[in-house]
Ligand binder design. Structure first.
Ligand SMILES: Cc1cc2nc3c(=O)[nH]c(=O)nc-3n(C[C@H](O)[C@H](O)[C@H](O)COP(=O)(O)O)c2cc1C
Length: 201
């Protein structure tokens, strides 16, 4: 098992995969890593579709502007946000947080007001707000995958309309990213990063 530091340093976006199937147990552990992620007011809005069949993976690759490598991964996770869940549990969450944490009453009131302010928002407006929380869960998966020798690649360049149609989802599901997962058949060098001095403002 890698330390968190090792996982962060070793991780690369992987776009070439061996065809080997991912054991069910490992996939379960990845979803478990997502389940344990933090989220605002503990709303846990993430939802995952696990795609193993080739035909659906081909369609996902096509929806991702023909990023063909996606279809070569043994598994593709469609990482989504449940917008209704988020809006509903924001209100519930404020009350629950009040029970389990020492939160000042005026902060709870602010959270409740925030929940009310979300109600009139359209799905298009709410999607990025909720996607922020889902992204944390996705990165948990990305880092945990290394413990199983698995590689992943975030894919955000996706025509989400096409993915909605593919699964027949309504507007309460917002698609955040695709995550192809598999055993790497490439070992990319670290990609360039800015210096610490460039990112401290
Ligand atoms: C939010 C997000 C969206 C991304 N979308 C894509 C994508 O659509 N296709 C792709 O090949 N890589 C995608 N990437 C991978 C980035 O290109 C990659 O993380 C970056 O070049 C740094 O390389 P590294 O991940 O190997 O360190 C995405 C990464 C992130 C975090």
């Amino acid at each position: 098992m890698l330390t968190t530091k090792e996982a962060i340093e070793k991780r690369r976006s992987i776009r070439k995969f061996k065809p080997d199937v991912i054991p069910q147990e490992a996939l379960g552990e990845l979803i478990e890593a997502a389940r344990l992620a933090p989220s605002g007011s503990n709303t846990q809005p993430w939802r995952f579709k696990i795609v193993n069949d080739q035909e659906t993976k081909n369609k996902l690759a096509e929806a991702a502007y023909n990023q063909k490598f996606i279809a070569t991964a043994p598994t593709v996770l469609v990482c989504c946000a449940s917008l209704k869940e988020y809006a509903d549990s924001m209100a519930r969450g404020a009350k629950d947080l009040g029970k389990t944490m020492a939160i000042e009453p005026h902060i709870l009131k602010t959270l409740e007001n925030r929940a009310d302010a979300l109600r009139p928002l359209t799905s298009a407006q709410l999607g990025p707000i909720v996607g922020f929380h889902v992204a944390i869960a996705i990165e948990h998966i990305v880092l945990r995958a290394l413990d199983f020798g698995l590689g992943t690649c975030w894919v955000k360049l996706v025509d989400t309309e096409k993915v909605h149609q593919l699964f027949g989802w309504d507007e309460n599901i917002s698609i955040v990213a695709l995550l192809p997962i598999g055993y790497p058949s490439e070992d990319p060098k670290p990609r360039k990063r800015k210096q610490l001095s460039e990112i401290i403002i």
